[in-house]
Design a protein around this ligand. Structure first.
Ligand code: GDP
Ligand code: ZN
Length: 292
């Protein structure tokens, strides 16, 4: 049978098969030989050892489209980062870090700002001004309104999406909203593995529709971008690209150089001050790191 690993705990892999349910599998032998560890998100072939108990053994991992380091997971198609417009107010620096981290891993990002029901037009407009020019998909949602997350769900169909965001912004509420029926009995998994509840959180995929999964990404608040040369940072700001070819110096970092087209665009309001300010903060941070 073929399925997808949705969770891995203590040597067991929980493999989801559409219409069949979840099998508790081991991955004996071959992986030790091939030095390949199954990851959450892997599509695998497995033998059913016992259909009643839903137990199996994984024989093969199908080729991965990608594998992320942080979190360790395979075959992620895109990332969705959720913040709220208000309550709590968005931390744009944290959001930009997340965008950079996902770009570093080659993932496309959707930005979702939630709680549009309790925010003003002006507040939304302010956010739109900051992220409009970045090229990322930007949507506003509300978990409190019946159709407040329909647009979001459309972007998730047929894909596996890593979801992240600080706590309190409405991630759980949105996930519940876009998951009309409970397809998977996640409750019964944690019953089976009682200690799972008390240990650190593991990455887990949740099926929201046929062939569509989302993964909650734990540990978002302590986000660190991977170390890089400070000169490399500008490549992670998509809205800089079309200006930086006009900078006087090819190696311009857009910080202190004369005749910098990015800084000109900033002064003309073509690049957001918030984004540029965060760029400078991160640039200096990378600079400090290099010293030690
Ligand atoms: P999480 O920590 O990101 O998973 O956030 P929760 O889903 O637990 O939501 C945090 C709080 O915000 C709860 O009290 C929710 O009822 C509330 N909340 C979530 N989404 C919305 C929304 O779209 N509008 C409003 N007004 N409140 C929301
Ligand atoms: Zn420049």
């Amino acid at each position: 049978m073929q399925g997808k690993i949705i969770k891995g705990i203590a040597g067991f892999y929980y493999v989801h098969v559409f219409d069949y349910g979840i099998y508790e599998c081991k991955a004996k032998g071959i992986f030790r030989k091939e030095r390949m560890k199954p990851l959450v998100g892997d599509n695998v072939l497995f033998d059913v050892i016992n259909e009643d108990d839903k137990k199996g053994n994984i024989n093969d991992i199908l080729p991965r489209t990608n594998s992320l380091i942080r979190p360790a997971v395979a075959n992620i198609d895109q990332a969705l980062v959720i913040f709220s417009i208000v309550k709590p107010d968005p931390n744009f620096n944290l959001l930009d870090r997340f965008l950079i981290m996902m770009e570093q891993q080659g993932l496309y990002c959707i930005i979702c700002f939630n709680k549009s029901d309790i925010s003003s037009k002006g507040e939304k407009e302010e956010i739109r001004q900051i992220y409009d020019k970045t090229g990322y998909s930007l949507i506003f949602s509300s978990a409190m309104e019946t159709d407040g997350s329909i647009e979001l769900k459309k972007l998730l169909l047929g894909k596996t999406t890593a979801v992240a965001g600080p706590s309190g912004v409405g991630k759980s509420s949105i996930i519940n909203k876009i998951q009309p029926k409970v397809h998977m009995e996640t409750g019964s998994i944690s019953e089976k593995i009682d200690r799972g509840k008390h240990t650190t959180r593991h990455s887990e995929l949740i099926e929201i529709d046929h062939n569509s999964y989302i993964m909650d990404t734990p540990g978002f608040s302590s986000l660190q971008v991977f170390s890089m040369q400070k000169e490399e940072l500008k490549n992670y700001y998509p809205e800089f690209t079309k200006y930086q070819e006009h900078c006087r110096f090819q190696e311009c970092t857009h910080t202190h150089e004369p005749n910098c087209a990015v800084k000109e665009a900033l002064e003309q309001g073509k690049i957001s001050k918030v984004r540029y300010h965060n760029y400078i903060l991160l640039y200096n941070e990378q600079k400090e790191k290099r010293r030690y």
